[in-house]
Design a protein around this ligand. Structure first.
Ligand code: ATP
Ligand code: MG
Length: 423
């Protein structure tokens, strides 16, 4: 137990951590380009927020949440997704008062008690964006294009964008009846959860992962065929915009998304590299959510993208990542006095913004040199008796093998120039 991380969680180490830093900085960059600000919300929230915001009859709330009582006897839940918290923050900080739309992005861990497998963890991570305060289909197009442009910038290919409209409560009222009739006739084929859902939330049945349920709903009537006039116009406008942006998409009337709060546009980005867990990114419009959480009616739309699945897809497509910048200087010393001089130089280099390191295990000269090689350092500075006497260091370029004699100031100047060239 002490030497193994809990099931469904994992450490992100060394080279992989470098990849994460790169993805995070690319995500921050594109969100900046689109005018989104970062929001950081707590890891846990009141359980009620997710019951209300995600929906009582969703998989997440029914069986996946990490819920516990804290010492003050409050029911607390580790965030299973990001949107509900952002909505809560929107209300708490009265963001209606800000110029609309309010456009936010986040990078979060999410927690869901699921069966761990490739692309499915109990602690996973998401990039997400949310835009509040406009129902205009232009915003739907912006959100979708942000996700696609991000993936394109990373070098991904062959992704499939699927869109659908699941209408508004108005169109859903009629559709719900049509669907309920259809499902009641085939009730025996549904899983037990769905038999209960049938009365509470028949739409949820369309999203069930049970094989028999999937089979049963294959021929079910589609919401897309029951949209009201306004929802149809909204969907047409979105499709026009996506055409203008030259984004390839497929209208997929079976996408309903696993969360209760969606209205009108829903979309998914799929990747063939992911196998069974092939949804890389999912999102949609949630015009009723702010009100559902106790606020004034405020339209909103967003998406969330799984970072682990993003990495799996990139690896699957053989995409290379920028390398971690190599260490500029490794300091090699011989003798106590040199060691103290070396430590002084180390600190000065670091103060000047030059990356530097040294031996900490009192290694021999030869093995210090070998160690410097393992660090992939660009230069090795050698300090011995001679160097201390003259104040001139021996500097070895580890790539060309060339040796220079430089004073401390010359050394710092050379390295700073070198840094500029490498960047
Ligand atoms: P799935 O269909 O895979 O269950 P979902 O509909 O539950 O996904 P969302 O709640 O929309 O997913 O979350 C958005 C994205 O977050 C997913 O597309 C996926 O990339 C990622 N994600 C969700 N749950 C997990 C998980 N348990 N492990 C890893 N990534 C996840
Ligand atoms: Mg899920």
């Amino acid at each position: 137990l002490l030497t193994k991380a809990p099931r469904g969680t994992r450490d992100i180490l060394f080279d992989e951590a470098t990849k994460w830093v790169y993805l995070e900085s690319e995500f921050r960059k594109i969100c900046g380009d689109f005018g989104y600000d970062e929001i950081r919300t707590p890891i846990f929230e009141h359980t009620e927020l997710f019951q209300r915001g995600v929906g009582e009859t969703t998989d997440i709330v029914e069986k996946e949440m990490y819920t516990f009582y804290d010492k003050g006897n409050r029911s607390i839940t580790l965030k299973p997704e990001g949107t509900a918290s952002v909505v809560r923050a929107y209300l708490e900080h009265n963001m209606y008062a800000l110029p609309q739309p309010v456009k936010l992005y986040y990078i979060i861990p999410g927690f869901r008690y699921e069966r761990p497998q490739a692309g499915r963890l109990r602690e996973f991570h998401q990039f997400g964006v949310e835009a509040f305060g406009t129902a205009d289909a232009d915003m739907d197009a912006e959100i979708i294009s942000l996700s696609m442009m991000f993936l394109e910038r990373l070098g991904l290919k062959n992704l499939e964008l699927r869109i659908n409209s699941i209408g508004c409560p108005n169109c859903r009222k009629t559709y719900r009846q049509v669907l309920t009739t259809f499902l009641k006739d085939r009730q025996v084929n549904l899983c037990n959860t769905c038999k209960i859902r049938l009365d509470k939330n028949p739409l949820r049945v369309l999203d069930c992962k049970d094989k028999n349920c999937k089979n049963t709903v294959k021929d079910a009537p589609m919401l897309l065929d029951h949209l009201c006039e306004e929802c149809l116009i909204h969907f047409e406008k979105l499709k026009n915009r996506l055409d203008q942006l030259n984004l390839d998409y497929k209208v997929d009337p079976t996408i309903v998304r696993g969360l209760d709060y969606y209205t009108r546009t829903v979309f998914e980005v799929l990747s063939g590299e992911l196998g069974a867990q092939n949804t890389l990114c999912g999102g949609g419009r949630y015009d009723g959510l702010v009100e559902e959480c106790g606020g004034n009616p405020t339209p909103g739309i967003g998406f969330a993208m799984g970072i682990e699945r993003l990495l799996l897809t990139m690896t699957g497509q053989g995409i290379t990542f920028p390398r971690k910048p190599s260490l500029s200087v490794f300091i090699v010393t011989v003798g106590d006095e040199a060691s103290s001089e070396g430590f002084k130089l180390l600190t000065e280099l670091r103060k000047s913004g030059i990356s530097a390191d040294k031996d900490y295990l009192s290694r021999s000269l030869k093995s210090q040199m070998k160690h410097a090689g393992k660090f992939n350092a660009n230069y090795t500075v050698i300090i011995g008796e001679e160097e201390i006497k003259t104040g001139v260091f021996t500097v070895k370029n580890m790539f060309s093998g060339e040796q220079l004699k430089l004073s401390k100031n010359q050394l710092i100047k050379t390295l700073k120039q070198g840094q500029g060239e490498e960047a």
